[in-house]
Design a protein around this ligand. Structure first.
Ligand code: PMP
Length: 388
């Protein structure tokens, strides 16, 4: 007689324990579809210039899909490069002041590609402790010796670079996602020059916001196109589309095309996203005041919230980060804002390494004075005890 087959063990039983711990700590995350016509006032998205729904970017996406199809059909080196990709690369490089650019399927992939292709075994990568997860992952994949230096600590960067004889790379965000503060780019660049190291700067939050007409943080710091400097970007924030890019000397871009695995083995950016990003870029070139406006809105949000007693970091770009007394309070605060018609971001562990939970408001160039007033009023009215 054959034995009945025993019920298979749940191979994912270990997840149950992890889920329980997350629940107990109040750190469970869930996905919530955003209605197409959300009644909420949006201070949570990264649509800094309000271009994601602008008729020109939407038309750019539609026209590109009509002309080139819904998908890129292959990796960039095979069938995934269209004239749009090439035009976008030329446009981005010219706008931000670099010799050449390479478009990838996301800002995440751009950071993986830049960091891994420019480092490797036997090299040193110095990474600011506040860097975005995609840079952290690039460092992990690089097989280089990685040294994480305290956030914004130029002296430590200098010492770390000096202690290494070989090829080295310093990588930093231009504006940090959690607090919205800027990196000491000029000092970081000087430290790199002294040590003969390369500098890679993720300008995800600087493009469209900082520098003349939104040309980015590197342009603002006089570092665009400088030898030894490479920028990475996302097309998903100011440009209102999706995708990423690496900008730098043409030789560096050719090296990435030939060696960066996050570029070579990834399907090219969808034509619609390239078309929308190109339309967004042209809009920004034509309407440079959008960049000034987003900084004004951020400054106003910060000024009014802190004048009423909240603790926030002075914004260097579009992100305004407001301290919450605890993770649970931050969550409740964001939920209360939502109940009152305002969508804000909420950062809590493990997204914040320092354990400090925050509400994260993002300024948009297209917010009206009335909307700013409503947003400030709602955040203040719903502020938990201990926040002021
Ligand atoms: N770098 C920074 C600083 C970011 O904030 C983000 C996006 N959230 C990325 C990189 C990743 O860009 P993408 O979303 O295009 O992958």
């Amino acid at each position: 007689m054959t034995q009945p087959t025993p019920e298979p063990e749940d191979v994912f039983a270990w997840i149950d324990g992890a889920e329980r711990l997350r629940e107990e700590a109040g750190l469970v995350r869930t996905l919530r579809p955003r209605p197409a016509d959300s009644p909420l006032l949006d201070l949570a998205s990264n649509d800094y210039l309000g271009l994601s729904r602008h008729p020109e970017t939407v038309r750019g996406a539609c026209a590109a899909a009509e002309r080139w199809g819904a998908g890129a059909t292959g990796s960039r080196l095979v069938t995934g490069t269209t004239e749009l990709h090439t035009e976008l690369e030329r446009g981005l490089a010219a706008f931000a002041g670099f010799e050449a650019a390479l478009v990838l399927s996301s800002g995440y992939a751009a950071n993986l590609a830049a960091v891994t292709a420019l480092s490797g075994r036997g090299t040193l990568v110095v990474s600011d402790a506040g860097n975005h997860a995609s840079i952290v992952d690039g460092c992990r994949l690089s097989r280089a010796e990685v040294e994480v230096t305290p956030h914004g600590d130029v002296e430590q960067v200098r010492k770390t670079l000096a202690g290494h004889g070989g090829r080295a790379l310093l990588v930093t965000d231009s504006v940090f996602s959690v607090d919205g503060d800027a990196a000491p780019l000029a000092a970081y660049a000087a430290a790199c020059r002294e040590a003969g190291a390369a500098l890679v700067v993720d300008d995800a939050h600087g493009l469209g916001v900082l520098g003349e007409g939104g040309r980015g943080a590197l342009h603002a710091a006089g570092l665009a196109g400088a030898p030894g400097v490479v920028a990475t970007m996302t097309l998903s924030k100011s440009l209102g589309s999706q995708g990423g890019a690496v900008l730098g000397p043409a030789k560096v871009i050719r090296h990435l095309v030939n060696t960066a695995r996050a570029f070579i083995f990834d399907t090219g950016l969808a034509p619609a996203a390239a078309g929308a990003a190109l339309a967004g870029l042209r809009l920004l070139e034509r309407e440079p005041q959008r960049a000034d406006r987003v900084r004004e809105v951020a400054a106003e949000l910060y000024g009014r919230l802190t004048a009423s007693g909240l603790t926030a970091v002075r914004p260097d770009a579009a992100v305004v980060s407001v301290r919450a007394p605890s993770a649970a309070a931050a969550l409740r605060w964001a939920a209360d804002c939502r109940e009152e018609g305002l969508s804000v971001g909420c950062f809590r562990p493990p997204s914040v390494p320092d354990g400090i939970s925050r509400l994260r408001l993002t300024a948009r160039a297209d917010l009206t004075g009335d909307e700013i007033g409503r947003a400030v009023g709602t955040v203040l009215r719903t502020a938990p005890a201990g926040a002021t």
